[in-house]
Write a protein that binds this ligand. Structure first.
Ligand SMILES: [Zn+2]
Length: 102
C-alpha cells in the first residue's frame, strides 16, 4: 500500500497537500502524525480506482475530519470524501473525482 505524506497548506491546518513517499505502513504509523494510505477500489462501472484512507495519530471527531480539505497527490485537485471514519484514528475514505474521469 502506498503511503502519502500530508503537508498543511493553510494557517488553520484544515487544507493539506499530499505527496508520494517510499515509506511503508510501519514507518508511517511510527513517525507520521497524519498520512494517507492508498487502496485500490472499484467504481460504479467496475473499473479499478485509487482510493485513500486518512490516518491520524491525534484523535479526530467525525465533524473535525469532515472539515479537512485534502488535495490529490497525482493531480492536485480537491478530493471528495466517500467513506466514513472507521474510528478516531482511521478516518474517512477519499477519492479524486478528477483522476476518476480518466
Ligand atoms: Zn487526482
Amino acid at each position: 500500500m502506498a503511503i502519502y505524506e500530508m503537508r498543511k497548506a493553510d494557517k488553520a491546518g484544515t487544507v493539506f497537500t499530499t505527496k508520494d513517499t517510499y515509506y511503508n505502513k510501519e514507518y508511517a504509523e511510527q513517525y507520521m502524525p497524519m498520512y494517507l494510505e492508498g487502496h485500490i477500489g472499484v467504481d460504479e462501472n467496475g473499473r479499478h480506482r485509487n482510493r485513500y484512507r486518512l490516518h491520524s495519530e491525534k484523535p479526530f471527531t467525525i465533524e473535525a475530519a469532515l472539515a479537512l480539505d485534502i488535495n490529490c497527490p497525482k493531480c492536485g485537485s480537491r478530493r471528495k470524501q466517500i467513506g466514513r471514519c472507521l474510528n478516531a484514528h482511521d478516518l474517512g475514505l477519499y477519492k479524486c473525482p478528477a483522476c476518476d474521469k480518466n
